[in-house]
Design a protein around this ligand. Structure first.
Ligand code: GLA
Length: 394
């Protein structure tokens, strides 16, 4: 992959000089969905799929890029000063947003660069291709321009830019997973305090399988921001009587005791998901640590049901994938993953059943939707980083 990108780079921008290579992964979330803007816990990991770049610093403040995924766009360029937030949602707005976020937060972006990039992950599939582009930009700025910034702050810059440059009010999970991923580990992150620990994913006889529904419903962005607002309304109702900072401060008992404070029934359902899902994520990680994978799988199923019924961010296609998966032999757990309204499910499946799982799920899904899903075996990999130019990251 890197060699192909480098060849393209030399063809377009010439050889010579200090040419460097970078990679930033997508992510999958095992449990703790829609909790990251509610002060709760998440449990994602970085994938081995993502976005790659080959880049070389320039002497001026121009950035030029070519994306091998969209060759029809040719080489594009911008001045790095004077960038303006917009909600066009084009892939390169996610990289420009990060340059802007660095500038807004006092990091000196003194020079531009030439870059060719390519992806080996699907975009718009709920695996955070956008966070991967953001963290790719962040790690390029950090390394190529010798900017003194930690990887946690790179994640925060990605979130800042997505919130303020691209107009998407996301939490920190995706950028954190892409920036901070660790091979063979998932990240148990407290999104309120940004405290985290790495939990080994040493599944003995199971694989984690991602199933791409291949649908993306258009209401994803607006519905996401609406869910945030509903959770904030529920929180402010609760705060009239309770001294809490986020919904993540409540456990199930406290929620049941005080839920009558939430006036709007829809906001109550949203808050119930946020509270229970956070507690599920905490419990699930404990179960995994004690080797109780069956219980982890059961909590994944509960998570899906709550996202479907209380949070209402699933959709027909994701429900078919999860519900059909639950019926299959060797399936420990299965749920939608990511923001919802399309995208992927994540399933834990016994090794010996993986092939049959793919075949049977594909068949059931095609019968009901006319679509053939894609499958990825999803190992946990390292986060955004510079690569040896001649080597692939795996
Ligand atoms: C999207 C957002 C994340 C998170 C998930 C839902 O991926 O970018 O911040 O809120 O949805 O868990």
């Amino acid at each position: 992959m890197i060699e192909k990108i480098r060849n393209k780079f030399e063809e377009l921008f010439g050889g010579g000089g200090d040419i460097r290579a970078y990679f930033a992964p997508g992510r999958v979330n095992l449990i703790g969905e829609h909790t990251d803007y509610n002060g709760g816990h998440v449990f994602p990991y970085a994938l081995s799929m993502g976005n790659y770049a080959v880049a070389r610093v320039r002497d001026d403040k121009k950035i030029r890029w070519f994306n091998m995924t969209y060759p029809e766009n040719g080489v594009q360029e911008r001045e790095i000063d004077g960038l303006m937030p917009n909600d066009n949602g084009l892939w390169y707005d996610y990289q420009l947003g990060v340059i802007w976020a660095f500038q807004q937060n006092g990091y000196k972006v003194t020079r531009g660069y030439d870059m060719v990039m390519a992806a080996d992950m699907p975009a718009g599939a709920g695996l955070s291709a956008s966070a991967s582009i953001e963290e790719l930009a962040a790690v390029i700025l950090k390394d190529l321009l010798s900017i003194d910034i930690s990887m946690v702050d790179c994640a925060l810059m990605g979130q800042y830019s997505e919130n303020k440059y691209n107009g998407m009010n996301c939490g920190i999970m995706d950028q954190f997973a892409s920036a901070m991923g660790k091979k063979d580990h998932a990240i148990f992150l407290n999104t309120d305090r940004l405290e985290y620990s790495y939990v080994p994913l040493n599944l003995k006889a199971e694989k984690i399988v991602i199933t791409n529904s291949l649908v993306k419903h258009s209401l994803a962005g607006s519905a996401y921001n609406e869910r945030r607002r509903q959770c904030e309304e529920a929180l402010s109702d609760l705060q009239k009587n309770l001294d809490i900072k986020t919904l993540g401060d409540l456990d199930e008992e406290a929620f049941e005791e005080h839920k009558a404070l939430i006036k709007d029934p829809v906001c109550l359902k949203r808050a119930r998901h946020a509270v229970y899902e956070n507690q599920r994520a905490i419990a699930a990680v404990e179960e995994l640590k004690s080797g109780n994978i069956e219980e982890f799988g059961r909590l994944m199923k509960e998570s899906h049901v709550s996202l479907r019924d209380d949070y209402e961010v699933s959709c027909r296609e994701l429900d078919i994938l999860a519900e059909e998966a639950w019926k299959l032999p060797g399936v420990i757990g299965s749920r939608m993953t990511g923001g919802g309204f399309g995208g992927c499910t994540v399933s834990i499946v016994e090794d010996r059943e993986v092939e049959a799982f793919k075949e049977k799920l594909s068949h059931a899904y095609s019968e009901k939707t006319g679509l053939t899903p894609e499958f990825y075996i999803a190992d946990a990999a390292d986060g955004a980083r510079r690569l040896e130019l001649q080597m692939s990251p795996q």
